[in-house]
Structures are given as structure tokens and as C-alpha cells.
Design a protein around this ligand. Structure first.
Ligand SMILES: NC(=O)c1ccc[n+]([C@@H]2O[C@H](COP(=O)([O-])OP(=O)(O)OC[C@H]3O[C@@H](n4cnc5c(N)ncnc54)[C@H](O)[C@@H]3O)[C@@H](O)[C@H]2O)c1
Length: 270
């Protein structure tokens, strides 16, 4: 997608962090925005701030884990603007850091509900209409470097992010085979300075410290914009994690057992 001005972007999880930064960056390009979040108060704040700067914003309270909410979001977008060109399935949460056998069914349901079903619901609600409209467009699913490598303690998060990477790659193949004009990207950042720890009860303290010193969300948003413009599928933003990803796949091919590490660092988890 080369043109952004006046085109319509939908961003989920837009009230904070990476989603907010995406909304701000897209507004700078003159896009019209449909912003979705489960936190209606924070969402209204972001919508007001961007509106004051002159952007055209439609905030829609949405729980992305609910198919009916995603369908309502799509209806609202087409009613307001008549089209959607850029869909960012970005909303996500993390979980407490405990061994895999202690993660509760409730945690699994919550994490998979938002991180995986959120993207599935978004694709199901938006992509058929985007295809039918027949114009250029792009879908960005926010996965994580945690979708390309693994580690201990947050198994539901790793599982959800591996699943969204696989889902996003399949979507890319399916759209190609359908000869659609829609392109796809998988956003796979490592640590980004957002409020994810505050939005995720029990968030591991060692991981919180990495998030607080992480990359600025506006840097991620710039990378997303460039990837959409250049039609790049993979958006890997943290080169310092490349070696861990490479080691994982090479070890797999060599038949080596996964080597222990914690969140890509040697620091013990507390
Ligand atoms: N921060 C990081 O280090 C990091 C790294 C890799 C990937 N990610 C991913 O980036 C995405 C955005 O996270 P962030 O770091 O900006 O966190 P954040 O908590 O700052 O923002 C996430 C937003 O999603 C919203 N949200 C949560 N559940 C929702 C739901 N059910 N429906 C709609 N909105 C919901 C929250 O209210 C919040 O506004 C997530 O998918 C996360 O997994 C984050």
C-alpha cells in the first residue's frame, strides 16, 4: 500500500502502547482512524488527543476476544468511512510467570482469547469485506519475538504468539492464492516500552524491567508504516534477538535440545 492520506486504518488496542503509537503515526499520514480498545475511558482520551490535532477518529469500545464485538467494529468502520484499507490486529496481553503446569485454564482462555482469537475475529470480520471492496489494503497482526522463539514461565503467551505468527503466514498464503490485492505483515518486536505489565495481572517482575527499558513505541510504528509501504511480511524490530531466533531454528535442524535462557537474558527471574 503506497497511499495513506485519507485512507482508513483500524487499530485494536489503540488506547495504549504500540497501538496508540500506530494511531499517532497513521494520523500523521492523514489517515482516517477507527480505534478500538476494551478500555473505553483510555480510548476516549487517545481519540480526543488525536482529534484536537485534527485527525478524523472513530473510537469504538471493543473486546477483540468477542466475535460479535469485532463484527460491530467492522460495521462501525464501514458505516462511518465506507472502506477499510489497513487493519492492525494489535490488542494483546501477557500473563503471570509460573511453570506451564501451574498456568490455569482461566489464564489460557484469557490469553488465547485476546492474543489469538482477537486476530482471528478481526480477520473474519474485516477481510471478506476488504477483499470484496477490491482495493489495495494491508493487514498487520501484532505477534512478538515470542512468536519466533520460546522460554520458560509464560507458556500461554509464547503459545499465543507462535499461533498468531502461523495464522498470519497462512493468511498471507491464502490471500496470494486468491490473487487478492491485500498484503499481510507479522509484527514481531521484542521488548517495547508500553503499559503491558500494568494491563497484565501477575506480569513477571524480570520481564517488567525489560519492558520499562524497551524500545519506544513510535519507533515500532515507523517500522510498521515502512513495512506496509514496502509490502514486507516480516517486521522484526530488535536485531539483538536475531541470534536467539537463528539458534533456535538451527538447533532444531541439528536435532539439539533447546538451551535454557530466560527472556533472552541470563538474569534470573524473580
Ligand atoms: N510491550 C512489549 O514489550 C511487547 C513486545 C512484543 C509484542 N507486544 C505485543 O504488542 C501488542 C500491544 O501491546 P502493548 O505492549 O502496546 O501493551 P499495552 O498494554 O500498552 O497496550 C495494549 C492495549 O490493548 C488493550 N486490550 C487488552 N485487551 C483487550 C481486548 N480484549 N480487546 C481490546 N483491547 C484490549 C489494552 O486495554 C491496551 O490499551 C500486544 O499484542 C503485545 O503482546 C508487546
Amino acid at each position: 500500500m503506497k497511499q495513506f492520506h485519507d485512507r482508513v486504518a483500524v487499530v485494536t488496542g489503540a488506547a495504549s502502547g504500540i497501538g496508540r503509537a500506530l494511531a499517532e503515526r497513521f494520523a500523521e499520514e492523514g489517515m482516517r482512524l477507527v480505534l478500538a480498545d476494551v478500555d473505553g475511558v483510555a480510548l476516549a482520551g487517545v481519540a480526543n488527543a488525536l482529534g484536537v490535532e485534527g485527525a478524523t477518529i472513530l473510537p469504538v469500545n471493543t473486546d477483540v476476544s468477542k466475535a460479535a464485538d469485532a463484527a460491530h467494529l467492522a460495521d462501525a468502520a464501514w458505516s462511518a468511512f465506507g472502506a477499510v484499507h489497513l487493519l492492525c490486529n494489535n490488542a494483546g496481553i501477557a500473563c503471570e510467570g509460573v511453570p506451564a503446569w501451574e498456568q490455569t485454564p482461566e489464564t489460557w482462555t484469557r490469553i488465547l482469547g485476546v492474543n489469538l482469537w482477537g486476530a482471528i475475529n478481526g480477520v473474519r470480520a474485516f477481510v471478506p469485506r476488504m477483499i470484496a471492496d477490491g482495493h489495495e489494503g494491508h493487514i498487520v497482526n501484532t505477534a512478538s519475538a515470542a512468536g519466533l522463539r520460546t522460554g520458560p514461565f509464560v507458556s500461554p503467551y509464547y503459545a499465543s504468539k507462535h499461533a498468531i505468527v502461523a495464522f498470519t503466514e497462512s493468511l498471507h498464503f491464502d490471500l496470494q492464492l486468491a490473487e487478492s490485492k491485500l498484503k499481510v505483515s507479522a509484527l514481531c518486536p521484542a521488548f517495547v516500552k508500553t503499559s503491558i505489565a500494568d494491563h497484565s495481572p501477575g506480569f513477571p517482575p524480570a520481564m517488567r524491567a525489560r519492558v520499562e527499558t524497551g524500545m519506544e513505541p513510535r519507533v515500532i510504528a515507523q517500522r510498521v508504516l515502512e513495512a506496509v509501504r514496502e509490502e514486507k511480511f516480516w517486521i522484526l524490530t530488535h536485531p539483538e534477538f536475531d541470534e536467539l531466533i537463528r539458534t533456535r531454528f538451527e538447533g532444531m535442524l541439528q536435532g539439539e535440545n533447546p538451551a535454557p535462557h530466560i527472556f533472552g537474558a541470563t538474569a534470573p527471574i524473580d
